[in-house]
Design a protein around this ligand. Sequence first.
Ligand code: PHE
Length: 364
Amino acid sequence: MTDDFIPNLPAFDDAALDAAFAALEGKARADAAALDAEAFRLQWLGRKQGLLKEVSDRWLKAAPAHAKKAAGERFKVLKELVEKLAEEGAASGPGDDALRAQALDITLPGTRRLLGAEHPITRTMNEIVSVFAAMGYSVGTGPEVETDYYNFESMNLPPGHPARDTQDTLVIANQERRPLRDRLLLRTHTSPVQMRVMEQQPPPIRIVVPGKVHRNEADDATHSSIFHQVEGLCVDTNITFSDLKGTLDHAMKALFGSAVKTRFFPSFFPFTEPSADLQISCIFCGGKGCRKCKNSGWIELLGCGMVDPAVFAFAAEKQPAYDSRKISGFAFGMGPDRIAMMKYGVSDIGQFLGGDMRFLSQFA
Ligand code: PHE
């Protein structure tokens, strides 16, 4: 490995030895500065071709008997210096040469780690929840695999009720031996959580329930058999339809901007009476009429109504305080998938569950 040649010494007197060793000392210091630790070690301390070995062979062993001691002393000093320089070099870590020797190109860009981000549906649900949290609502949750009782019967959809047809879903197999009310299915709405929460606590109640729901739908650009809802339930003394209107009008303005107007259309849900659909003025055209609102100026956004006394009667089986002569309440259910589609200009609902990173990373 050595690229330097140690010449034979012309003479072995003190002056010649001093000059020869002084030159080598200078070279050792220069090498230590120029070479990385490993190259320096090889150059000077290499067992077969290191410079020290060379010096030992040519200068020590070749020295005449009278000069052996003088040469040996100087060799010892040089060796100690070289070893010290080698140690210092190793302690300062690999130099550029060593890195190059490992074929590591430090000019390459580093490994990029993708940052996670909230899914647009999660983000939308969180936004909705925080609007209601600011009005004193807390968050309730319930199971996605639900019983027939909570999903339908306690929501005033008794067995055979025609409105069950509009909420067909997957049912868990091999449950025929169980009573109908205990049979499990994938919940079709978040409304069963109304009942679960009321059974757990007496009024007053103000909750929102974000969650996933399932229905037998033919998937297309605007329908998905898996989608989401945010349920709301408010129960207290003297809750009126005005409270429902005021609460939802405020929530829509908080979500879509203060210029948004709301209107309520008569509708039907078995668990609310009266029931309404809430529409907001079109957020794309401001109500003038455009393609997005089918030229009506309005967009239908959620279902709502005053909690049906029949629902309170089911809750009263566990919590007698749900006496519809003493308390009243309103409920609503909205679809964050649709809201996210509007907010972010997504034209195919299937994108939300498709797992395509090109789609999802736009929201990062
Ligand atoms: N559960 C209803 C649905 O899924 C929405 C709704 C909730 C309507 C609460 C009124 C009150 O269609």
